[in-house]
Write a protein that binds this ligand. Structure first.
Ligand SMILES: *[C@@H]1O[C@H](CO)[C@@H](O)[C@H](O)[C@H]1NC(C)=O
Ligand SMILES: *[C@@H]1O[C@H](CO)[C@@H](O)[C@H](O)[C@H]1NC(C)=O
Length: 571
């Protein structure tokens, strides 16, 4: 039986059969709830250990896997410092302010930092703190927003809150029903954030009338379309209810439908119009912007990762990535001019107009530093080839180089680099021409190779260390631990504050001696859920949260991969 669509129900409810139809559907639903495809639920795991014992397919086969204990301790000490500050100064609030010790409400006040930190607490072996935090999360009420009449951003709530709860449930051995119930409650709440056409709205007011659809707008980002895939699929697996994975599949089908209709077939423009009756509107003649950073990033990421989690059920995720990959390589990736002719890659941005040549920009956001890790993961899961792992290394090294070029040892939030011109295929570094170029753009004091710094701050973001972590786990090359350690010490020295860690105002300066003057009173929850977790896992025994057993959401929350799907190759 095909499940009746919303449109069918609406037509029926206008007719004289309205009540019988509703009654019959209701009874059908009560007696025959739509089951999860057999063989997938309920999920049961006998092995609750975090240490992987099987044969690695994704990770490197380490002969003597071992932790770097000294560095591991150093990372954990920073986590404990930040968590304790949150616990004592901002318990149950979204964030602690690291300089003043005050509180900050960013996501309606549902304890964003606490929920984001749950699985990291468990992974780092802070079990007492974990138990205390789970009990506190259990007492939270979702129907009531601590900051009343607030506006929920469903994208952020999905990756942070739903992702955090699911991950805490998975990582602690799926024993704690309180976490599962809270994840399901959060999932129910997030279902309220879809319009009648199945597209996610940008914001919903809370509290709201249950079942009253919101209205998607004309600027739906590509990232919004794809970034619930992994969480919703995992929630369906855990709960045994299809309503979430159906949403994810619908979004995936819509993205598949438009994938080859854009001006760069295979890639998605950053913005869609979500105001049409059935799903996404067709693309128009207007300008289209292509990027892998804000507004797009996690959708590319989720095709690969959802395939890993769910691939054997629906391969459209792998198909989308397989069609996007060659276009990313051809149009988006570029080699920057860098001193010593370093062979690096970055993802750039493209603006296209009807009937006009497209314009390319070497503008790189820290956000897009995740791409190296994604190429590495995809080379072991979706498309098996050696070229992609080399590209992954060059992309990751691009960000490592950007870190090591600044006086603070940290890459600023947004930097413009100079792509090597076709006239210089070997990309030979020319000091003089580069200096002339930099002067043209205004600032000769920038590190060599940087044309312009659009946003000099560092917001404690994880993407660069995330890729370093993937490179280490997948290649087994110890050099990545060295690179990661330099990142860690630079970030620690610039960000450590009285109540946690502060965002850095200007990553271009070395503020040793007056660190606080270069800090901002802001500590995002992803500092605990992602940045410090990836640092920790880089130095931990590589079998801890193995990539062969876990897939990380875009907020750094690991979900358990079922045996059945492990290492599926896309044929
Ligand atoms: C899009 O194009 C690629 C490359 O030509 C092809 O492999 C893929 O199947 C196409 N996707 C759809 C949905 O038509
Ligand atoms: C910043 O300056 C201090 C003192 O001169 C130095 O010890 C430190 O290594 C510098 N940091 C970086 C990242 O270069």
């Amino acid at each position: 039986m095909a499940w009746p669509t919303v449109g069918y129900l609406r037509r029926q409810t206008r007719s004289r059969y309205r009540y019988p139809v509703i009654l019959v559907l209701f009874l059908l639903y009560v007696f025959f709830p739509i089951p999860w495809p057999s063989g997938h639920a309920p999920y049961e795991y006998s092995n609750h250990h975090l240490t992987f014992r099987g044969t690695p397919v994704i990770q490197h086969a380490f002969t003597t896997p071992s932790a770097d204990t000294g560095r591991l301790k150093a990372v954990k000490a920073e986590f404990v410092h930040a968590y304790n500050a949150y616990r004592s100064r901002a318990w149950m609030h979204d964030e602690v302010k690291p300089l003043s010790g005050g509180t900050h409400t960013q996501y309606c006040g549902w304890a964003a930092t606490l929920i984001d930190a749950l699985d990291t607490l468990y992974i780092m072996g802070l079990e007492e703190e974990f138990e205390e935090a789970v009990a506190a999360v259990h007492r939270m009420k979702l129907w009531y927003a601590p900051s009343l009449a607030c506006s929920i951003n469903p994208f952020e709530m999905t990756i942070r809150h739903l992702g955090g709860l699911l991950s805490a449930y998975d990582i602690s051995g799926q024993r704690d029903e309180r976490l599962k119930r809270k994840a399901v409650g959060m999932g129910e709440m997030l279902l309220q954030a879809f319009g009648r056409n199945g597209i996610q709205c940008r914001a919903i007011l809370w509290p709201r009338l249950w079942g009253w659809p919101c209205t998607p707008n004309s600027g739906v980002s590509f990232a919004r379309m794809g970034s619930q895939l992994l969480e919703f699929v995992r929630l369906s697996m855990v709960s045994g209810k299809r309503k979430w994975s159906d949403r994810a599949d619908f979004a995936a089908q819509e993205l598949l439908r438009v994938q080859n209709k854009s001006r760069i077939p295979g890639l998605w423009p950053r913005n869609f119009d979500g105001t049409c009756d059935q799903g996404l509107c067709d693309l128009t003649d207007g300008p289209q912007f292509y990027t892998t950073a804000s507004g797009a990033d996690s959708s590319y990421e989720y095709f690969v990762k959802t395939h890993l989690l769910y691939g054997a059920v629906d391969d459209s995720y792998a198909r989308m990535w397989a069609a996007a990959l060659p276009q990313l390589k051809k149009h988006i990736l570029f080699r920057p001019q860098a001193p010593n002719n370093a062979d690096l890659l970055f993802p750039g941005e493209i603006m296209t107009f009807k009937d006009l040549p497209q314009s390319f920009s070497g503008k790189v956001e820290h956000l897009s530093c995740f791409l190296g890790g994604l190429f590495a993961l995809s080379s072991r899961t979706v498309i098996d080839n050696t070229e992609d792992i080399e590209i992954a290394a060059k992309l990751t090294n691009g960000c490592v180089w950007a870190y090591e070029s600044t006086a603070s040892g940290i890459m600023p939030d947004t930097v413009v680099f100079e792509p090597c011109p076709p006239s210089n295929p070997k990309c030979t570094w020319n000091e003089l021409s580069f200096a002339a170029n930099t002067r043209k753009h205004g600032d000769a004091t920038l590190p060599k190779g940087f044309i312009k710094v659009e946003r000099p701050e560092y917001l404690l973001r994880p993407e660069a260390i995330e890729s370093v972590f993937y490179m280490y786990r997948i290649t087994g090359d110890e050099i990545w631990r060295e690179k990661g350690w330099r990142m860690f010490t630079a970030i620690r020295d610039a960000s450590r504050a009285k109540y946690g860690h502060a965002s850095v105002a200007n990553a271009l300066v070395n503020a040793t001696g007056q660190v606080e003057e270069n800090q901002m009173d802001k500590m995002e929850s992803f500092w605990l859920s992602e940045t410090l977790k990836y640092f920790y896992l880089l130095f931990a025994d590589p079998r801890l949260v193995s990539l062969d057993e876990w897939v990380f959401n875009t907020e750094g929350h690991p979900f358990r991969i079922d045996e059945e799907y492990r290492g599926q190759m896309y044929a």
